[in-house]
Design a protein around this ligand. Sequence first.
Ligand code: PLP
Length: 342
Amino acid sequence: MSLFAGFGSDNHSGVHPDIIKALRDVNEGYTIAYGLDEYTKHAIDKLKKIFGKQTAVFFVYNGTAANILGLKSVTDSFHSIYCAESAHLTVHECCGPENFIGCKLVNIPTNDGKLTIDLIEPYVIGGGDPHMAQPHVISLTQATELGTVYRPKEIQKLADFAHANGMLLHMDGARLCNAAAFLKVDLNEICGKVGVDILSFGGTKNGMMFGEAVVFFDKELSKNFEFIRKQGMQLTSKMRYISTQFSAFLHADLWLYNAQHANQMAQLLAKELRRIRGLKITQKVEANMVYAIIPNHCITALQKKYYFHRFNERTCEVRLMCAFTTKKEDVFEFVRDLQKYI
Ligand SMILES: Cc1ncc(COP(=O)(O)O)c(C=O)c1O
């Protein structure tokens, strides 16, 4: 029997039918390649309506490329980038940032995946000293890798701090939609409007097949991006297959419904888990994931049927993720199975 992978990651979900339809619709006739087509113009216009007409918007295939190429285009090799020690950028990009950007990544310990000025400030040293890496970017993840969500004011504070210290604020928004759905705000309320300079805007985890947008809130910052994207092997010729997905994703708030559903399923899962004695939810459940400490023998038994990650081997902390496709019945079945083993 193959393992049920639904709680392993939102990447394990399929593609929303509206996106499949958009892909089918666009699959007719000829169009100019490399993003010079009408579909791409339309999708970029839609994104500019959300993030502001002064922005510069580009598409790439995946989140790792969005982060690395976006950051590369605003940094030099003698710069440092500050991120949480749990950030995808530093943990799960195979030192791509170090290799392609060539910068120093400064990993900052946090309890909940969220950076604060107090946490960052002690590391912001050496500005102007030719012996030391030059502080240049703060990169935060919204929603964080631990499922927590920055409030608009928290982002604004980080942006003000970054700018006051001659730095930029980058946001890995692989799950920006989940964060906006949780906060009940428009997408731009938690990025452009609160001082974010560069955004990786993710679609894949929330219903698209592939595709991320890199958004520069100041066009000047984007002046090298087209060249860096090509060098970085992410200038896709058949761009319409990314663009049309974004148009469908943004149409009639599909992004929002998908994210709301994934978040609600995480809330349901957390509520059911909290009823079980001996379990501990370890992070605030705000976006679409639940972190919990589950007795070791239960994890072993559950993993015979379910594929999910042990986040911390030593403490038996697991990560359970929900997606736009998660069903209530799947949540109840998982919890019933867990109760059997407790
Ligand atoms: C927070 C975050 N950023 C970036 C990425 C990278 O996405 P990709 O696997 O498409 O490169 C992921 C993927 O899981 C992620 O969770």
